[in-house]
Design a protein around this ligand. Structure first.
Ligand SMILES: [Zn+2]
Length: 333
């Protein structure tokens, strides 16, 4: 049993309470390699922003759970070395799909876990989430749950009300499960193709796709039911056009990739939304930087010469998100 407290990590309880009150959101950046982790920590340390290091089940398998535990511990030490005296860093499991996986993460030094029972019938989601909360809370690990179904990149994206979180269910769910935060579905989705072209309109000037707006009425309904309760948005990358263009002009092929406009995320960050998940944007930043080096310098074969620029580009992206979208800079002095 490894306690996250011994690794210098924190859980999400206090930072979420402050974020809800302060009208900003904490960045949750996914990582699975050293360069991503360096970029996240440098950006958070420079901006003094609390930060959630997020690891999916797949990323945990990719990176190895033992190595991850030391990477998280190293991240805290590195943050201090960068001059961040009291780093507020969370190690969080993204989309845990079983009690066993969540338990294993709690036992290996995670300070927060998500149990995603959103695909299950309501009562089964309640039972599974409750079981995870009971275990995690014994070790002061916080738990994120999910209600409502988010569309994925391969799924049929539907604007039907039934896919959104039902505000009338949230009080019952939170009181029965005891979860610490709740991911809701208001129209964000996973991946770099969040909407099909036919769901979007075209900007007549640029010809670019403009996605449909998020369902802020659903968010307001949830906030009314659960005043001050921490809400989480998944699938909230913006898919910056500049990265898509760099990728496509350097041999890549990402036609019609489309994300969530940043002004909508800024609006969400000011509400009870206190955690915003961003993964695809850093993948795009990394891929754009690597593709550019490969295209412009075909003779290059030192990984530091392409992963270094990729790291710089990701760091720039993370800092920009913290300062201009989430508003979490200076909140962890
Ligand atoms: Zn997600």
């Amino acid at each position: 049993m490894v306690s996250y407290k011994d690794l210098g990590l924190v859980n999400t309880r206090e930072m979420f309470a402050k974020a809800v009150k302060g009208g900003y959101a904490i960045p949750a950046f996914n990582f699975n390699n050293m360069e991503q982790l360096q970029a996240i920590i440098i950006a958070a340390a420079e901006t003094k922003s609390p930060v959630i290091l997020q690891v999916s089940k797949g990323a945990r398998n990719y990176a190895n759970q033992t190595l991850l535990r030391y990477m998280a511990e190293g991240a805290v030490a590195y943050a201090k070395e960068l001059g961040w005296e009291r780093p507020q860093i969370v190690l969080h499991l993204d989309h845990g799909d079983s009690f066993e996986l969540c338990k294993s993460c709690v036992d290996m030094g995670f300070s927060s876990v998500m149990i995603d029972g959103s695909a299950l019938p309501y009562e089964e989601n309640v039972a599974l989430t409750k079981k995870v909360v009971e275990y995690a809370h014994k070790y002061d690990v916080t738990v994120e749950a999910e209600l409502g179904v988010l569309a994925g990149v391969e799924d049929e994206v539907s604007a039907e009300e039934s896919h959104y979180t039902k505000p009338e269910e949230v009080v019952d769910f939170v009181s029965k499960t005891g979860c610490d935060s709740l991911a809701i579905s208001i129209g964000t989705s996973h991946g770099a193709y969040k909407f099909k072209p036919e769901q979007c309109t075209r900007d007549p000037k640029t010809g670019k796709l403009v996605p449909p707006p998020l369902a802020f009425d659903v968010l307001e309904g949830v906030e009314k039911q659960l005043p001050g309760f921490p809400i989480v948005l998944h699938g909230s990358s913006s898919v910056p056009q500049e990265y898509v263009d760099i990728i496509n002009s350097n041999g890549g092929k990402l036609p019609d990739a489309v994300g969530i406009p940043e002004e909508q995320l800024r609006k969400a960050a000011k509400s009870a939304v206190c955690k915003i998940n961003i993964d695809s944007d850093s993948r795009l930043a990394m891929t754009a930087a690597v593709r550019r080096v490969f295209n412009e310098k075909p003779g290059e074969f030192d990984p530091r010469k392409y992963l270094g620029p990729a790291r710089d580009e990701m760091k720039k992206l993370y800092s920009e998100k913290i300062k201009n979208v989430l508003g979490s800079d200076g909140k962890a002095e």
